[in-house]
Unconditional design. Structure first.
Length: 421
């Protein structure tokens, strides 16, 4: 009766994936703007896709799809409002994680939380390294390391108090960091991560000119494997930096040390960040005129649904199906066409081809025009028909309301039938 019943099952598969794509887009928009859990849209995907396929299968008019869209919009709006009224602030896994997430959400200056000028989520190399600056104005830090397994390391720049030397010059010689607590180990600073060569260490020209442009505050750059899920327990960093510096008597060496405590925001941070952001979006609905907009959208959707029902949205008419079937003129005509080889019949010599009609639907253009099952249509508006494919192509060119004259061989007689499409 429908296209898929004739073998075009791919139509339903296409409809399913189109609906899935549309709903995924709607879910992303609702989640980003309203804090609407995307999982809720995912839960609705199958029922809504099933409803669309059912409407298509039963031949409901286009207004029925509009009615379904109104119901979906109204449902999302109502659920978003209910969620905004009832949702409670999520519980943070730890005070440190809460501080980091809230500071990020408010776009605050991170210097009072963890890093200098670098954002916690910045990738600073093609290898997925993170670069954090541990300033000297505090001794406790909270870092969010890479959430990607491919990131091999977290890069830290550990600042030391400003070093008083001749012209403020200093040069990196070597350094290391000893970790204890949640993560233990000794790590040497790589010379390639810190500007270093023999000329620099000895302050030989022209290296001195380069060193003068460097920061007077000594620092140590070191890469640590902190991408593991280490939880929220503190890690003690004991950093040691050996430097050389010029004096009036020559080049001297000094050892600088610094101890800090570092908390790592583990996977719990990312989970809480998502929950917190959704909570903020939901609360924004109540705290801003968005709630009025959602009520308006719900009201409009309700009125539109009422109008669509009045216009017959709940009564199958085949309207939308017929639009899709314009690609199939035979289906548009309301008949099943078969080649002449499907029947054993003797035709006059002047009839060189034609198609045999199978099922003729009573309320279709073919049925209302008087075509019958078993008719052999051999001419349409004077043009010969040689195959069902050709008949399909010819009938697809007619628009609604147009007429065509079919020459039919029926029960051993020639019959002319005027078809109104």
């Amino acid at each position: 009766m429908m296209m898929a019943r004739g073998g075009s099952w791919w139509i339903y598969i296409m409809i399913f994936f189109v609906v899935q794509g549309v709903l995924s887009t709607v879910g992303f928009a609702a989640s980003s703007l309203l804090g609407f859990p995307a999982a809720w849209i995912t839960f609705l995907n199958l029922p809504i896709a099933g409803a669309v396929i059912y409407l298509f299968y039963k031949g409901y008019p286009i207004t029925a799809y509009g009615l379904l869209a109104c119901a979906l919009v109204g449902l999302i709006s109502v659920l978003a409002l209910l969620r905004a009224v009832t949702i409670e602030k999520p519980t943070a896994p730890s005070p440190e994680v809460e501080r980091l997430v809230e500071a990020n959400n408010e776009n605050a200056d991170f210097t009072d939380v963890l890093l200098g000028n670098a954002s916690y989520d910045d990738f600073l190399s093609a290898y997925g390294d993170y670069d954090y600056v541990l300033e000297t104005d505090k001794d406790t830090f909270l870092l969010a390391y890479s959430e990607y397994e491919a990131a091999p390391r977290t890069q830290l720049t550990i600042n030391f108090p400003e070093f008083k030397s001749l012209d403020g010059l200093w040069a990196f010689k070597d350094g290391s960091v000893r970790l204890s607590g949640a993560y233990a180990g000794n790590f040497e600073a790589l010379p390639t991560d810190n500007w270093i060569n023999a000329a620099e260490v000895n302050f030989d020209p022209p290296a001195e000119a380069v060193l003068k442009s460097a920061s007077p505050q000594p620092y140590l750059v070191i890469a640590l494997p902190l991408q593991q899920n280490l939880g929220d327990e503190a890690i003690a960093f004991q950093a040691t930096l050996n430097v050389t510096y010029p004096t009036n008597e020559g080049v001297e060496e000094a050892t600088l040390t610094r101890t800090v405590s570092v908390y790592l925001a583990s996977n719990q941070y990312y989970a809480y960040r998502d929950e917190y952001n959704n909570w903020q979006r939901s609360r924004r609905i109540i705290e801003t005129p968005i709630w009025a907009g959602l009520l308006g959208v719900t009201a409009v959707a309700g009125v539109a649904a009422f109008v669509l029902v009045k216009r017959g949205a709940l009564h199958p008419t085949g309207g939308f199906v017929m639009v899709v079937k314009r690609a199939s003129g035979v289906k548009q005509l309301g008949v099943d066409a078969h080649p002449l080889s499907a029947v054993d019949v003797v035709l006059p010599q002047d009839i060189e081809g034609g198609v045999v009609l199978g099922v003729v639907r009573a309320q279709s253009p073919a049925g209302r025009s008087g075509l019958r099952s078993g008719d052999i249509v051999y001419l349409l508006d004077g043009k010969p028909i040689h195959s069902p494919k050709e008949f399909n192509r010819m009938t697809s060119h007619y628009k609604k309301g147009e007429q065509g004259q079919a020459h039919v061989w029926r029960d051993g007689q020639r019959v002319d039938v005027i078809i109104t499409f």
